[in-house]
Design a protein around this ligand. Structure first.
Ligand code: BGC
Length: 586
């Protein structure tokens, strides 16, 4: 018996080895088929951004409000979006339209009350819509109690909630400010003979994140809102929170890369990790990092799941194209997306967006608002946002193809950024006419004009005088008109959302591959899931543009097309101006 076993032993060993190898191989194959990125609701969500001031006014004071939003939730639901990101609705003197907060636990009077907020949240949740709140904690308002206390004396317990520079040390090392009339981030305050720091306007003093007390205050505020049941935070300007408080001199040319010198301060990631441990890890909420460094790898550091920081990186390279994309060049633009996608292929998560409240309208910047191109280019851009890998952030009004208002006079503007820059140019004897011309393309107010609901006075936004002028094209660009037109940008947006939702593995998670990268007019890419592959063709040009299908590509069913038909001759495709088409590949 023993001999028999001895004889068979090599055979046993051999078959054991074989099954071991087979198992390893099978496991590897399985690994190959398993995508690296795991499914999450916030990856699949289409986030609709509502600018509350401009969405719907319920009480005729000319300013949008929470009750107005509640009255339009059925419309929001009808779009098919999953979540709403609300710009700040907290108490604020509105120097920067709510981005200057004077009380983080109160609702801005213009917008309503906490009771309205609670109802809003309830009504959203009952419709299956999640709510993402803006969290503005790089700075507060100078009217916040913390700042009032802090400026009252050098020994006040709140003093270290902000950054100060006493006059006896001379002038502080220069820091550039986004909105200051002199571009100077240090403002002298005679009460305590000191300068305070404000990267944004003078009424937005920067909070001192190096102070653990301040950090804990912020965590308490976050818990307050998370306990109410909100579903996420969009972290405003957070990459600037930590500062090098030795205030080294800025090198020459710093203004060409502000983020490099102002962003990603020495302890930023440490603080985010702390925030995650203290707050985020305790709730099922998502976080979006507004601004995320100046390279894909820096952006990844915010959202690499192993680092336990935030969820979605919202980087600016995709919108930092100057006046418009035709001037910037599509090849360069495609390269940005491809570079980011490759760094995020295995881990981390990105947002995809073309507009928000800090941008002009997407049709003007990336498409064309001329009557013959507006609708097509709006739909083409919608196709892009909803067919790329990443969480789609879609700005209210873009579903209608709303356009820049192009104000002719500085008196029409409201935005602190535009107004203060104008003053600065004027003070220096610069060319204010040229500046106003530029604002027609770039000003944030272009994207902030009241939402266009119908053909009634003020586009049905308010019965009073709107806080910012309504675009006169509301007579034909509005919800009521577009609902009835089956070819409208609005109906196309809804179709595109359904297409994405019904094919999540492809549209949300599928692998992205750029095609014909040197094509100056067409952005073409494929998306591939374990089972299927699609081709996305987007003509970013106002001329007919050609693309040749790569070898081995065989076209199947068309999934969506904003300008039928698709003209095909052999493997040569010619696209109409701003045509967008998604086709299955066989
Ligand atoms: C917001 C802006 C705001 C700035 C200061 C930005 O990132 O999106 O609207 O003006 O932060 O809070």
């Amino acid at each position: 018996m023993f001999n028999k076993i001895k004889q068979l032993l090599p055979f046993f060993c051999y078959s054991f080895l074989l099954s071991f190898l087979f198992c390893i191989n099978a496991c590897n194959t399985k690994k190959e088929n398993t995508k690296a990125i795991k499914n999450d609701w916030w990856k699949e969500a289409v986030v609709y951004q509502i600018y509350p001031r401009s969405f719907k006014d319920s009480d005729g004071d000319g300013v949008g409000d929470l009750k107005g939003i509640i009255s339009k939730l059925d419309y929001v639901k009808s779009l098919g979006v999953d979540a709403v990101w609300l710009n700040p609705i907290y108490a604020s003197p509105n120097d920067d339209n709510g981005y200057d907060i004077s009380n983080y636990r109160e609702i801005m009077k213009d917008f309503g009350t906490m009771k309205d907020f609670d109802l809003l949240l309830k009504e959203m949740h009952s419709r299956g819509i999640k709510l993402i709140m803006d969290l503005v904690v790089n700075h507060s308002s100078d009217e916040h109690e913390w700042f009032k206390q802090a400026r009252s004396s050098r020994t006040n317990p709140y003093r270290n909630y902000y950054h100060w520079w006493p006059v006896e040390k001379g002038k502080p090392p220069y820091r550039w400010s986004f909105f200051d009339v002199n571009s100077d981030a240090w403002k002298f305050d005679s009460l305590t003979n000191s300068y305070y720091l404000h990267y944004f306007s003078r009424k937005q003093p920067d909070l001192n994140w190096e102070n653990p007390k301040l950090r804990n205050e912020v965590y308490d505020i976050m818990k307050y809102w998370a306990d109410k049941g909100i579903d996420g935070f969009r972290m405003d300007a957070f990459q600037f929170a930590s500062k090098d408080t030795t205030w080294p001199e800025l090198p020459k040319g710093y203004e060409k890369n502000v983020i490099k010198y102002y962003g990603l301060g020495p302890h930023l990631h440490e603080y985010i990790k702390e925030m995650n441990k203290e707050v985020l890890s305790k709730y099922d909420i998502m976080t979006v990092a507004e601004g995320a460094g100046s390279s894909p790898n820096e952006a990844l550091d915010f959202v690499d799941p192993q680092r336990k920081e935030l969820n979605i990186a919202y980087h600016f390279e995709g919108v930092d194209v100057g006046k418009n994309i035709s001037e910037f060049g599509l090849e360069k633009y495609k390269a940005i997306y491809s570079r980011y996608d490759s760094v995020f292929a295995e881990k981390g998560w990105l947002s995809i967006f073309l507009a928000n409240h800090d941008q002009p309208r997407m049709v003007n910047k990336f498409g064309n608002d001329a009557p013959e191109f507006r609708e097509a280019s709006s739909k083409m851009l919608t196709t892009f946002i909803l067919s790329m890998r990443g969480t789609a952030f879609y700005y209210n009004g873009d579903e209608l193809g709303m356009t820049n208002i192009k104000f002719n006079s500085i008196t029409d503007y409201n935005d602190v950024a535009t107004k203060n820059k104008y003053l600065e140019i004027q003070n220096k004897g610069g060319d204010t006419t040229a500046y106003i011309e530029l604002q027609k393309l770039t000003s944030r107010d272009n994207g902030r004009t009241p939402f266009q609901w119908d053909t009634a006075a003020n586009a049905g936004f308010t019965t009073g005088t709107p806080w910012l002028k309504v675009n006169s094209n509301y007579k034909y660009i509005n919800v009521v008109t577009e609902i009835d037109d089956k070819n409208s940008p609005l109906n196309y947006f809804k179709q595109m959302i359904q297409l994405r939702k019904n094919n999540k593995e492809l549209f949300v998670y599928g692998k992205y591959e750029l095609i014909d990268k040197a094509n100056p007019n067409v952005f073409a890419y494929s998306r591939t899931s374990a089972k299927e592959k699609i081709l996305v063709l987007l003509n970013f040009n106002k001329e007919i543009s050609r693309i040749v299908l790569p070898k081995g590509y065989s076209l199947g069913d068309e999934l969506i097309n904003n300008l039928q038909p698709l003209k095909l001759q052999g493997s040569d495709i010619s696209l109409q101006p701003f045509q967008a088409c998604i086709i299955k590949l066989k």
